[in-house]
Design a binder for this molecule. Sequence first.
Ligand SMILES: N[C@@H](CCC(=O)N[C@@H](CS)C(=O)NCC(=O)O)C(=O)O
Length: 290
Amino acid sequence: MSEEYVPPKVWTWDQGNGGKFANINRPIAGPTHDKELPVGKHPLQLYSLATPNGVKVTVMLEELLALGHTGAEYDAWLINIGEGDQFGSGFVDVNPNSKIPALMDHSTETPTRIFESASIMVYLAEKFGEFLPTEPAARTETMSWLFWLMGSAPYLGGGFGHFYAYAPEKFEYAINRFAMEAKRQMDVLDRRLAESEYLGGSEYSIADMATWPWYGSLAQGVLYDAGEFLQVEEYKNVQRWTKQIAERPAVIRGRKVNRPFGPLEDQLHERHDASDFDTKTQDKIEAAKE
Ligand SMILES: N[C@@H](CCC(=O)N[C@@H](CS)C(=O)NCC(=O)O)C(=O)O
């Protein structure tokens, strides 16, 4: 066991703590450098990366487009958080919290900034009148599950994922604590999905779109490579829901947007037009062959 840590009287910032994100984590907010954000031709400008939090929004935009809402056309710009793009002055103006996803809506009288993935989803749901029921009981249930996700996912990502996959050492206490919580959360979802087709009720909604990139990926065994460790196959109803959502064409497209990692056929670094899914992905595959 490593030597016992005794916290000093005053905490100080150890810049090289060895964790995977030590180079981007800071105890202060605000920009580190001046950098304007690009603005494309569509009213909606998304600045993001295909992490689970980013995928929530690109799936939603693709779902809106699939329903024929042309006003949901968007430019998606890549924010490379490993390179510190989230600390550029233009990005901080859109999200003072320096985290993806961040959205600008240029169709309003003065441009509207929206940050926090759930806030973006509610904004889009209300703007286009989709994926959030208006009947009070159904709306409340949907919002409850959306807020459940926003409160729960940090335990999965910042807790379980951090200590299981990213921390410089394997700390048994931390892994046990957060594995227990991750499994408890999967059981919460499994029980809900035993009684209801989707999280909010009988309709697919923003609660599912927000939850699937986290707990669906965990159920598929792709998040933190933890499928066997957490025995995710046991959660039969989560498995059913995960597969059902994974097959949606808008989900297949949305997952690819702003993805600079993983298999080439799943990567679309920037998205400015629906045709980008065919042409740019194909270009990349051809270029890799040369
Ligand atoms: N609660 C936020 C969380 C967003 C978030 O944690 N984004 C991460 C990527 S998944 C990020 O941008 N991290 C960069 C950093 O922490 O510097 C949301 O849902 O929008």
